[in-house]
Design a protein around this ligand. Structure first.
Ligand SMILES: [Zn+2]
Length: 473
């Protein structure tokens, strides 16, 4: 008998602010430990938090991008627990009155086609510090630079039905947040973190099974692996007649296993209550509608526009909108006069390869357009153009044509030169010439190949064939 997996995700994204949620410390990644701290985020007596207006604005934007209702009044609450990474002894979060509720994300499911995930809520909170186990031998060190970093927690409905689907949803969510400009969503730098709730049940059963929570998975591939491992663990339990108990688990990327860290029975009672230092957060409706109006074009809308305006395939459009920067680059190349499908091929090929390696563009759109035009005019072969492209990033003040000439890649279409190569080839292959003249016309391909070889790829293949046909008559 088969099982159905039910998954809901809690995603924490770091909002792209310069300073922390309730104090003026910087949020820069990678600064020396404990240099961005102050009495507020250290929880010293008498220090008072002040909400970061930019973090609130970005939280509202994220909520609107996900189709949520932003509430005029939301409340900051204290989530109380003791852990060394939490100097105040509580985390400021939002509990029963979150910033926003009730949105949805549409995404492409690998198994079910078009899918939809409900967004239960989005609330604002601050991050904790970081324990470092590898800095001081036999000691745990603590870096409080992260403590107080603004986060939005995005909680989904249990609408996902497989590990692969959870990954696809997460990628779509990440794209939306990047396009909306609210977070850089870098999993490596910890600005996007995922906790997953997982349960399994028999297909058709309306009741939900007992759920477990897999915490802090740090890459898209690992989200999928961790959820698959947990789904198999639950199946094995149920099939052996045992029960699934409510536990929190950690994924070990090395072994591919999930391991319980604590059971819910002994889990904390967080004793939430409204933070007496912070009045309710009240947003003026005008502010919310301004934010809605200022929302940039989101990935879905951009894909639809690229397909409509440039007759791109759904596949090309979805690759180009995987990053806002790529989509922008593509549109600039088209604006510089390149036919859209050709521009898409270049961007999805060579441009994206170097973008993925460096995170930037080494060749401006106008120079790529000039290069592509050399191919269209027959000056360069496509292969030669790829070599010129690789060189263009290093030769910022040279034109594509100059680089092509320097590398000796300009195609020769001038008849005199072509005739020279053709005659040399025909002289050294008298046998094939005889067979061709006797009617073996498919040898034309062989002759063209030989001319290309003799010219070291410089002969314009479109010009070679008529010359050959003429000399072989
Ligand atoms: Zn601080």
């Amino acid at each position: 008998m088969s099982w159905e997996t039910v998954i809901g995700l809690e995603v924490h994204v770091q909002l792209r602010t310069r300073t922390k949620m309730f104090c003026a410390d910087r949020t820069t990644f990678g600064d020396p430990p404990n240099t961005n701290v102050c009495p507020v985020c250290l929880g010293l007596p008498g220090a008072l938090p002040v909400p970061n207006a930019e973090a609130v604005r970005l939280g509202v934007r994220a909520a609107l991008a996900l189709g949520c209702t932003v509430h005029e009044t939301s409340v900051f609450a204290r989530k109380n627990y003791f852990y060394p990474d939490l100097p105040k002894g509580y985390q400021i979060s939002q509990y029963d009155r979150p910033l926003a509720t009730g949105g949805a994300v549409e995404f492409e499911s690998p198994t079910r086609g078009r899918g939809r995930v409900g967004i239960t809520r989005l609330h604002l909170e601050e991050d904790a510090g970081k324990l470092l186990h590898d800095r001081v031998p036999d000691r745990t060190a603590i870096d409080l630079n992260r403590a107080g970093t603004p986060l939005a927690e995005i909680v989904s409905e249990p609408d996902l039905r497989s590990a692969a689907e959870a990954r696809a949803y997460l990628q779509t969510l990440r794209q939306i947040l990047i396009f909306a400009g609210v977070s850089d969503c870098s999993m490596e730098q910890g600005s996007l973190r995922v906790d997953a709730n997982v349960s399994i049940r028999r297909p058709g059963d309306p009741r939900l099974g007992t759920k477990t929570e897999v915490k802090n998975v740090n890459s898209f591939a690992n989200v999928e692996r961790a959820l698959e491992a947990e789904q198999l663990r639950q199946q094995a339990l149920l099939e052996s007649g045992a029960r699934v108990t409510q536990v929190t688990l950690l994924f070990n990327a090395g072994t591919g296993q999930v391991k319980p860290i604590r059971s819910k029975e002994e889990s904390h009672d967080y004793r939430y209550f409204p933070d007496p230092d912070l009045p309710p957060l009240v947003l003026h409706p005008t502010f919310v509608s301004e934010q809605r109006a200022a929302l940039p074009e989101l990935p879905e809308a951009r894909r639809t526009r690229l397909i409509g305006a440039f007759a791109l395939s759904a596949y090309d459009a979805s690759v180009l909108t995987s990053e806002p920067a790529l989509a922008g680059y593509f549109e600039s190349v088209v604006a510089a006069g390149v036919e859209p499908k050709t521009a898409a091929n270049w961007v999805i090929g060579d441009v994206m390869t170097s973008f993925n390696q460096t995170g930037g563009f080494s060749v401006e759109p106008s120079r790529l357009a000039a290069l592509v035009n050399l191919v269209r005019e027959g000056v360069l072969s496509h292969r030669a153009a790829k070599r010129v492209y690789a060189e263009l990033g290093r030769a910022a003040d040279e034109t594509p044509r100059a680089v092509a000439e320097r590398l000796g890649l300009v195609q020769v279409s001038e008849e005199g030169a072509l005739v020279g190569w053709v005659d040399e080839v025909l002289r050294s292959h008298p046998n094939e010439v005889g067979r061709y003249r006797a009617g073996e016309s498919k040898l034309m391909g062989f002759f063209v190949g030989q001319v290309m070889k003799r010219s070291k790829g410089k002969a314009d293949p479109k010009g070679v064939q008529p010359v050959l046909a003429d000399r072989l008559r």
